[in-house]
Design a binder for this molecule. Structure first.
Ligand code: HEM
Length: 493
């Protein structure tokens, strides 16, 4: 480290004191890293340097600096760090989320964005509406299993769009496959869990050497990942041949290019499978769970949102996408759901592709660059009372309006989330449909009194509420009628 620094005219950005060889390894927070990183930003500034062994971390906690580096200089800040275990040995580097920056990544993102965009609303919206109707009925009939229904909804929307598949229950073969690979992924990117990430040469040790049992674990994870990539795609291919395929992103890709070469076909498979795999589903689930949690904590916000819905959506029907422009309070509530406890508090790590100099600091090629989106969205200078949910902060005509947090919640530059439109559309329809027909309150204890709910979030890359306890009831007999008659009109019910 010392040597590296002397070779450059400029110093690295400031940061907590490092010790030889291990750097800041012992100071690295194990939980809710973004909070500690924000404290370091107060002490050292919006750009902080940390190191763990030979890996440099640059943590950005200032909106201006994030925009300067990850957006304006996005041509060199858009790689992903290489995880020897997950990227190399298991093969996640072929899937957009961990894929290195380059032509293949751009192609894969294009395949997604060509299908998930506002021009395709006529295809995407009816899927979301029909699944939402079923979700309302599930919630109405069995409100005790909120989490299960939310997971079903997210999977049902995405599988219908990606592969034309109707997911009936959580035991569906596609859903099981995704859940297994999700767990594998989470375990595979946890730093230092497997020695091979710190000591990459271990991958060359033959399997019969004692202590290398991890190799069979890796083989199994690789097999599951390939199954995730191939199986749903092959099903659609077969259905197209038999003339039974439903419209879907995968079906259109195959129809557009029916005789792909092996590389093109692998790209089609990895791009379509990323839609429902790895992080994507959990991202939407986490945001929806935050919404339910917020409703139990802020009844006055719920009342205002319902009043707005009642004034726009006439009696006798459910809200639809056509109402969206007339619902500014609901839009502001979506922004608070995304800001209050962001789904990806540190976005996803970017990696710098060549040496850079910024504000007199040297940032080395290969540095892992983390955007502390949580710190920005809890900066009192941008969001006064940042820990409070206040949709008014985007609506008030007195004083400066707070910035739109979506520019931080969905990531940055050339790696910005390609599923943003779908995620926001689902959130809008869910919030509008649930609030126009149901009331969400704190859970009721055996003594008949409301129980206080905990606000606690997990620490992983994707942060979830640890539990969501609430009491969901229909608003009126008319709401009940709307839920039951509309759901039974859906083709699947
Ligand atoms: C509320 C829901 C969601 C939130 C808050 C969210 C947020 C994010 C963020 C912060 C990133 C990292 C961007 C960066 O590295 O700078 C990301 C990446 C990504 N998201 Fe989302 N996302 C959501 C839902 C979705 C959905 C529904 C999909 C798919 C349909 C999706 C697909 C992806 C993919 C493929 C990437 C990786 C992009 C790349 O590496 O180039 N996301 N998302």
């Amino acid at each position: 480290l010392q040597l590296g620094r002397r070779l450059h005219r400029f110093p690295m950005p400031p940061g907590p004191r490092r010790v030889p060889i291990i750097g800041n390894a012992l100071q690295m927070p194990r939980e809710r890293e973004w909070v500690k990183f924000a404290e370091w930003a107060k002490a050292y500034g919006g750009i902080v340097h940390l190191s763990v062994f030979s890996t440099h971390f640059i943590v950005l906690s200032d909106a201006g600096i994030i925009s300067e580096l990850l957006e304006k200089r996005s041509a060199i800040y858009s790689d992903r760090p290489y995880f020897p275990l997950a990227s190399g040995l298991i093969g996640y580097d072929k899937f957009i989320i961990l894929e290195p920056y380059g032509p293949r990544l751009r192609e894969g993102r294009k395949l997604i964005l060509n299908n998930i965009n506002t021009r395709n609303a006529a295809i995407l919206h009816p899927v979301q509406v029909s699944k939402m109707l079923l979700f309302l009925r599930k919630l109405f009939e069995d409100s005790g299993h909120l989490r299960l229904h939310v997971r079903w909804l997210v999977a049902a929307v995405i599988f219908k769009i990606s592969h034309g598949r109707d997911i009936q229950d959580p035991d569906d073969a596609f859903v099981k496959l995704v859940e297994t690979t999700n767990e594998d992924f989470a375990l595979s990117v946890r730093p230092f869990v497997y020695l091979v990430d710190s000591l990459p040469f271990l991958k060359y040790v033959p399997e019969w050497v004692p202590g290398t049992g991890w190799k069979s674990v890796i083989r199994e994870r690789r097999r599951m990942l390939h199954k995730l990539r191939d199986y749903p795609y092959e099903v659609v291919k077969q259905q197209l041949a038999q003339g039974t395929a439903q419209p879907s992103v995968t079906a259109s890709l195959i129809e557009e290019n029916p005789n792909p070469d092996p590389e093109e076909e692998e790209l089609q498979k990895t791009s379509t499978s990323i839609l429902y795999s790895v992080l994507t589903n959990s991202q939407s689930v986490s945001a929806i769970e935050s919404f339910f949690l917020i409703m139990t904590l802020y009844p006055e916000v719920q009342n205002k949102a319902q009043a707005e819905l009642d004034s726009v959506v006439e009696a006798g029907r459910l809200p639809d996408y056509g109402d969206r422009d007339k619902l500014p309070y609901i839009d502001a509530l979506i922004k608070e759901v995304l800001r209050w406890n962001p789904v990806l508090p540190l976005a996803l790590p970017h990696s710098l592709m060549e040496d850079d100099t910024y504000r007199g600091y040297h940032i080395p090629k290969g540095a892992t660059v983390l955007a502390n989106s949580w710190a920005v969205m809890h900066d009192p200078a941008l969001y006064p009372d940042p820990f409070e949910v206040k949709p008014e902060r985007y609506l008030s005509d007195q004083g400066a309006l707070n910035p739109d947090p979506r520019q931080f919640a969905f990531g940055y530059g050339r790696r910005v989330c390609p599923g943003q439109l779908l995620a926001e559309d689902t959130l809008f329809l869910l919030i509008a449909s649930v609030l126009s027909t149901m009331n969400i309150t704190k859970p009721i204890g055996s003594d008949g009194l409301p129980i206080d709910v905990n606000v606690e979030y997990t620490s992983g890359a994707i942060s979830h509420p640890t539990s969501v306890q609430c009491n969901v009831t229909v608003r009126s007999a008319e709401s009940e009628r709307l839920i039951l008659t509309n759901a039974s009109r859906d083709g699947e019910a």
